[in-house]
Design a protein. Structure first.
Ligand code: NAD
Length: 346
């Protein structure tokens, strides 16, 4: 049998290297494209069996129809979230597989790194001591011990984040649409979580329901000085409402690894450009906001897991015609898909 051909979009040096390593026996013919998959670039996938995409590729209905017409059989996401794929439109046309977990530790640990950096002003201290400025003025932080952290989403990442917070002696409360039974976690309503938390960390997926869950109204309910951490998806937060909350001195700090308009800027070097996004520029200008560019997943362990699982997904799909990590809109939203169609979603 011919080698399976994979068109790999939005390729970066770091993920290319892990896929080259994982494919060292050259079982797959992978063509790496630096450009993202979109309505303008789909033609690059001509002759491919698979398109491999990441968080900011735009796999909308038009792209799906074009790929389907070109004979692409599989969309292999090399990430967990799939809000950038119109999975409802893909149903019945192209199968979609993903990497459900690659290193939940990487993301949970990054959330903690952002929190500690922010509240102990490490980002400020680093710049000062580089310039031999050893003044402590303005660097006063606060203890995490005894503070209440509200965790939204208690799946794989949220649970690890909770374990780490408990290690610091923090009180943990949580909200999840589907609370985990017998977990020993104190679940509360979202309103109560906004009300009681000194720190809020988001670990749920982006859906129609969770879109802008942090907005002007929810910020109003939060404690003055609250620290908000988002390592999940940017659009969970209404960024303009966040800016206003910080300007009003109501939000004490924000730690953002994701941003709702990130696809226009993240993963690229714009250091010699004027950034057009005023909301992002305003956020970055604030001393109590830390932005990292969707970096939480970026550990050696996660990159190897992503490459191995993605290539195993492709292999499983073409060997058996099914894949355990297949996802469709029924699996995702209605929980009605039990992959009953000959063990496939359709
Ligand atoms: P998971 O599926 O294990 O857990 C998600 C949890 O959110 C589940 O318990 C689910 O019941 C809950 N949930 C679903 N809808 C909800 C809602 N409306 N309100 C509250 N809770 C809800 O996922 P995970 O592996 O823990 O990942 C969490 C999120 O982290 C992903 O959705 C993804 O967007 C994000 N992520 C970010 C990075 C990064 O590099 N920044 C990397 C991986 C994942």
């Amino acid at each position: 049998m011919d080698k399976i051909k994979i068109a790999f979009f939005d390729s970066k040096d770091y993920d290319k290297q892990s896929f080259v390593d994982s494919n060292q026996n050259e079982e797959f013919e992978i063509t790496y494209f630096e450009t993202r998959l979109s309505e303008d670039t789909y033609k690059l996938a001509e002759g491919s069996d698979v398109v491999c995409v990441f968080v900011n590729d735009d796999v909308n209905s038009v792209v799906i129809d074009k790929l389907h017409k070109m004979g692409v059989k599989l969309i292999a996401l090399r990430c967990a979230g799939y809000n950038n794929v119109d999975i409802e439109h893909a149903f019945g046309k192209i199968h979609v597989v993903r990497v459900p977990a690659y290193s939940p530790y990487a993301v949970a640990e990054h959330a903690i790194a952002l929190l500690l950096t922010s509240i102990r002003r490490i980002h400020k201290a680093y710049i000062r001591t580089k310039d031999f400025n050893f003044s402590l003025n303005g660097l006063t932080g606060f203890d995490l011990h005894g503070k209440t952290v509200g965790v939204v989403g208690t799946g794989k990442i949220g649970r690890i984040f909770i374990d780490i917070c408990r290690g610091f002696g923090m009180n943990v409360i949580a909200y999840d649409k589907f609370p985990a039974k017998d977990s020993g976690i104190e679940y509360v309503s979202l309103d109560e979580l906004w009300n009681r938390s000194d720190i809020i960390s988001l670990h749920c997926p982006l859906t129609d329901e969770s879109l802008h869950m942090i907005n002007a109204e929810s910020i109003e309910q939060m404690k003055k000085g609250v620290v908000i951490i988002n390592t999940s998806r940017g659009a969970l937060i209404d960024s303009e409402a966040l800016v206003e909350g910080i300007k009003a001195r109501h939000v004490g700090a924000a730690c953002l690894d994701v941003y709702e308009e990130e696809s226009n800027v993240f993963f690229h070097d714009y250091s010699n450009h004027i950034v057009n996004d005023d909301t992002l520029a305003r956020l970055i200008s604030m001393p109590n906001v830390i932005v990292t560019s969707h970096q939480a997943f970026l550990t050696n362990e996660a990159l190897m897991n992503i490459a191995d699982t993605t290539l195993n997904n492709v292999k499983e799909f073409f060997d058996k015609g099914t894949c355990t990590n297949e996802i469709c809109y029924k699996c995702a939203n209605l929980a009605t898909c039990k992959q009953t169609h000959e063990n496939k979603c359709f």
